[in-house]
Design a protein around this ligand. Sequence first.
Ligand SMILES: [Fe+2]
Ligand SMILES: [Fe+2]
Length: 277
Amino acid sequence: MRILAHISDLHFGRLNPGAPPALRASIAASGADVVVVSGDLTQRARAREFAAARRFLDSLSVPWIVVPGNHDVPLYDIFSRWLNPLGRYRQYISDDVEPFYADREIAVLGINTARSLTFKNGRINRDQVRRGCALLGGCADTVTRIIVTHHPFDLPATNGHDEVVGRASMAIEGFARCRVDLILSGHLHHSQTGATTLRYGDTGYSAVLVQAGTATSSRQRTELNSYNVISIDRPRLSIDRMVWEDQSGAFAVTGSDHFRLAPLGWARSANTAEPGM
Ligand SMILES: [Fe+2]
Ligand SMILES: [Fe+2]
């Protein structure tokens, strides 16, 4: 069994000040083996924001794997934006913008979907999908294959389909061929879970799409600060949604979604703990 803490959209520079220490304590209590961060570590890609984000990551007593988000590319510093868009991210967070983590039960690959300009909703390309399948497709069948991106592959029902990451359909078809199990994303500051079949139809292998809200930003749009605790115990998988409570100043579980693996991929189930399901 493996436990992932999936956090996103930290936005150092525009924080709910109580959230980072509460998040740190909640992650420690979750028993997470790995922390997965799906981008937007900063608000404006400033050096001091990256430094604070890095201090926070280093204060977690768990290994972390991170991808950049659109807010980690300078918006107003045109020179940096074009010549070295992820320069500060590389300097403060990681030189590897597409990191890979693997152990005997899970393999996690980060894919960078943040672009300098043109693609507001981010973009994934064929080479990134090919590399993902080369790395994840080579893992044993018992290993749960996980992709992390900033930009989403799934959306709330109120959003138009063009708000998914650019070339999402191409990527989902490619990932189905190498049996990717789980795709973790952020960006919308909205938490959600679902199977790829609902949005993309039958691709031959259904993955679980997990969206995280913003873990620590004061710009919460429609929901409070939140993150996901994902427990993977093949053929079962569950996602606990942890939400910030103003009164207690702590994160608490408000709901859980469960999925079960069948020959054609993952489907929602009533409860992963139910025997014989
Ligand atoms: Fe964000
Ligand atoms: Fe974003």
